[in-house]
Design a protein around this ligand. Structure first.
Ligand code: SME
Length: 218
């Protein structure tokens, strides 16, 4: 059974009528894709094929940057759920979540800081450039989000007092607290982008639902 998104992409790739859907519009707008010199329908059918779960091994790397954000998260979530079905190991879940999100969106840094002791965060599984190793509660974006158990969206890291710059290319950031079944903070999920204001309410909503995985298994 094709996923709804694969169904839409398939519909787009086989119909001459140019329906007004996000995927097609994105492809038309996104010159990077158009400059591949291949007609949109060819690109669409290859997108359809790559998103069609009948053909996609869960391990397939999905690049969803051509999709609108909510659709991109839905596509990656289908993959993550397929990969992690029945998995309860925290490090395995953190590693796979960081990898699926990083490969999907291509951000500068995607990873976790795990709580160790009362008020310290230690870098955990991550993808991207070197991350700072330790952060105290209340310090930086990660430490502040941890101390308040609150998601922080930072449109411009240089405007955030006390921001900790692990990589000078980072321009915006989102940090989401990860809670266990009892509501205790066990980690934060941190994502850095080289673009200003890369994160919004869609990211908050989606990422908060992703980290709820941990409340199910811890
Ligand atoms: N910028 C974070 C530190 C971690 S790096 O972004 C990976 C902060 O201010 O807490």
């Amino acid at each position: 059974m094709r996923s709804p998104l694969a169904e839409r992409a398939h519909h787009l790739s086989t119909n001459s009528v140019e329906p007004r859907t996000g995927l097609n519009e994105t492809l038309r707008r996104d010159s990077r894709l158009c400059c591949l010199g291949r007609p949109a329908s060819t690109i669409l059918s290859s997108v359809a094929h790559s998103l069609d779960t009948r053909y996609t091994m869960p391990e397939t790397q999905l690049d969803v940057r051509a999709l609108d954000k909510a659709e991109a998260y839905r596509t990656l979530r289908t993959q993550f759920d397929a990969l992690c079905e029945g998995v309860t190991d925290e490090i395995a879940l953190m590693s796979t979540m960081a990898c699926v999100l990083q490969l999907g969106f291509g951000h500068l840094w995607t990873g976790f800081y795990r709580r160790v002791g009362a008020a310290k965060l230690i870098v955990g599984p991550f993808q991207g450039t070197i991350g700072c190793l330790e952060i105290e509660f209340g310090k930086g974006v990660c430490g502040t989000a941890a101390a308040h158990k609150e998601t922080l969206i930072v449109p411009d890291v240089n405007a955030f007092p006390g921001h900790i710059a692990c990589d000078a290319r980072s321009r915006s950031e989102i940090v989401v607290p990860v809670l266990d079944r009892g509501g205790e903070l066990i980690a934060v999920l941190d994502i850095d982008s080289e673009r200003l204001a890369a994160f919004d309410e869609v990211d908050r909503r989606e990422l908060e639902s992703w980290v709820r995985w941990f409340a199910k298994v811890t």
